[in-house]
Unconditional design. Structure first.
Length: 87
């Protein structure tokens, strides 16, 4: 079974046109070179892959409550949303 982090890495790699093997859990969105459009596309892909609604405001990402500091933080936030949906 693929972990949430592995799935997030695969999604980011596809959006950023990077080799997934070169993306670590501690990588930041900035270090991966994702611009705002790629970030929005990544969020859409995450929502589709996990069948969740990500609380993300593209106009004010910091206020959305969705932690985008690193790949690992995104994975933790997604795990939380998946758990909330299952409850």
């Amino acid at each position: 079974m693929t972990s949430v982090t592995d799935r997030i890495i695969a999604i980011i790699a596809e959006q950023a046109l990077l080799d997934p093997a070169k993306i670590s859990p501690d990588a930041t969105i900035e270090s991966l070179g994702l611009d705002s459009l790629a970030l929005v596309e990544t969020i859409f892909c995450i929502e589709e892959a996990f069948d969740i609604q990500v609380p993300f405001d593209a106009n004010n990402p910091e206020a959305s409550g969705f932690d985008l500091r690193s790949v690992a933080s995104i994975a933790r936030a997604v795990e939380g949303l998946v758990a909330q949906k299952a409850a």
